[in-house]
Design a protein around this ligand. Structure first.
Ligand code: SF4
Length: 63
């Protein structure tokens, strides 16, 4: 699995970080960083929740 974020849509509100801090991190510079672009399968359900709850629909999972 690969996690893809459309940074043109992302508004760095850190909703995804609240759900999966292992993968998403909004830093002091106010940018979102993807900590693991190819996260392990056990994180899939949490990442799917982040996809659903991102207010900007900026996150996608590619297989
Ligand atoms: S939840 Fe969406 S808009 Fe918010 S920081 Fe994450 S990717 Fe960006």
């Amino acid at each position: 699995m690969r996690v893809v974020v459309d940074f043109d849509l992302c508004e760095s509100n850190a909703v995804c970080m609240g759900i999966v801090p292992e993968v998403f991190e909004v830093r002091d510079d106010d940018f979102l960083y993807i900590l693991q672009e190819n996260p392990p399968e056990e994180l899939r359900s949490k990442i799917e929740e982040a996809v659903r709850r991102c207010p900007k629909q900026a996150i996608a999972i590619e297989d």
